[in-house]
Ligand binder design. Structure first.
Ligand code: ZN
Length: 53
């Protein structure tokens, strides 16, 4: 929580361009061993999501 000066950037689906803030509840998630839980686009179902930090 040391980066209070920078707002949370939205994550973006690279397949369809859907954007939503990470952790906002708009994203779906899918279990993908061995990587663990991945963010999944609720629009197109792609897990090709760019998480910006
Ligand atoms: Zn998508």
């Amino acid at each position: 929580m040391a980066r209070s000066s920078s707002p949370t950037l939205p994550s973006r689906c690279l397949s369809c361009g859907f954007e939503a803030a990470p952790g906002s509840g708009e994203w779906d998630s899918v279990d993908s061993p061995p990587l663990g839980t991945m963010t999944q686009c609720p629009d197109c179902g792609s897990t090709n999501v760019m998480n910006r930090e």
